[in-house]
Design a protein around this ligand. Structure first.
Ligand code: ATP
Ligand code: MG
Length: 320
């Protein structure tokens, strides 16, 4: 079984990325052949500073290795090191109905946030389809926000196969329901580009400050509170053990327990849980040659697969 996932170097990785995608991808290494790429072509739809893109790409590589990605098991690479996907994107573009892209929530949400769209942002799902289909992936583990994009990929693959013959495997989407959407400090989906995120590897002071800014209702200390609708509780349960979670839920319902205390407990649980990753990360930061060599080797392996698919697709449409 081939499992594919990608992540944009569009900023520092955050808790939503970790629980929605990194952790499942790292755990799935044991279940099949994992392909994981740093989506730098995709990031260009929102990042226009070359130095920032380079830095974020390096950071994503280091963050994944620090969190337990095993480069022996996983083919780990930079998207742009396999430029074959851009040619495949074109071959897919010509079978992609406009309406399919116009319906994409992610695009509509970004516009609603005031992001002025370029054509790349609109065509983002087609490039994503090319990534998934180039490696003949079976399963794509993503957060709920990306479910529709994987469905678009399936539609495009079915359309292409119907028109030109069986070239692509039609992939399945896999979503962890318990962490489908991790909320940001404003209660919306946590996103790198919404400035509502809590970084996975932020410094202590900043992390604490951002946790303190998490939006809650304005119930006074003594009032009973609802754990299920609280953003602080939603984040706490990702880090805490079952007993701790039950304890906090009981404290909320009883009253006399304030959001300040819950935020402090969240910080402590998060900071402690990420400590081993921080240590590993510090080591990796001192060895950039190693990180680069991992990505080069991954690109060679991924490139060989993409070549095979592209050859089939070119022949199918009549280019060869
Ligand atoms: P951007 O704001 O630039 O779109 P992002 O933070 O949404 O960045 P992506 O690179 O688009 O991150 O997504 C990487 C992976 O992380 C995807 O699988 C996505 O589903 C997952 N993910 C992103 N945000 C969340 C979230 N808040 N909860 C759960 N999963 C998430
Ligand atoms: Mg996103």
């Amino acid at each position: 079984m081939r499992i594919l996932s990608g992540i944009q170097p569009s900023g520092r990785l955050h808790l939503g990325n970790y629980f929605g995608m990194m952790k499942p991808a790292i755990e799935m290494q044991a279940e099949g052949e994992a392909y994981l790429f740093i989506a730098d072509y995709h990031a260009l739809t929102s990042v226009s500073d070359p130095a920032a893109l380079r830095q974020a790409t390096r950071d994503v590589a280091v963050d994944f290795l620090a969190c337990g990605l095993d480069p022996e098991r996983t083919v780990f690479f930079r998207q742009s090191d396999v430029p074959q996907v851009t040619e495949l994107t074109w071959l897919l573009s010509v079978v992609t109905p406009m309406g399919l892209l116009e319906r994409c929530h992610s695009y509509k949400d970004k516009i609603a946030r005031g992001i002025s769209p370029n054509h790349g942002l609109f065509a983002y799902p087609v490039l994503m389809a090319a990534d998934i289909l180039a490696y003949q992936s079976d399963v794509v583990p993503v957060g709920r926000d990306q479910k529709q994009h994987v469905e678009v990929t399936r539609d495009i693959a079915i359309k292409f196969n119907g028109q030109f013959g069986e070239v692509f495997k039609v992939p399945d989407v896999s979503i962890r329901e318990e962490v489908a959407v991790v909320p940001g400090i404003d209660g919306q989906k946590m996103s790198k580009s919404y400035d509502n995120h809590i970084e996975l590897f932020g410094d202590e002071k900043d992390t604490r400050a951002r946790i303190m800014r998490i939006v809650t209702d304005s119930k006074p200390l003594e009032a009973p509170k609802k754990p299920e609708s609280c953003n602080v509780f939603a984040l706490y349960r990702l880090f805490a053990g079952d007993e701790q979670i039950e304890q906090m839920a009981a404290d909320y319902c009883r009253g006399g327990y304030g959001y300040g205390s819950a935020k402090k407990a969240l910080f402590d649980a998060m900071w402690g849980a990420l400590e081993p990753f921080r240590r590993k990360r510090a080591e990796l930061c001192r060895d950039s040659d190693y990180v680069e060599s991992v990505l080069r080797r991954g690109a060679d392996r991924a490139g060989a697969e993409a070549d095979k698919t592209l050859k089939k697709a070119r022949r199918a449409v009549g280019l060869d």
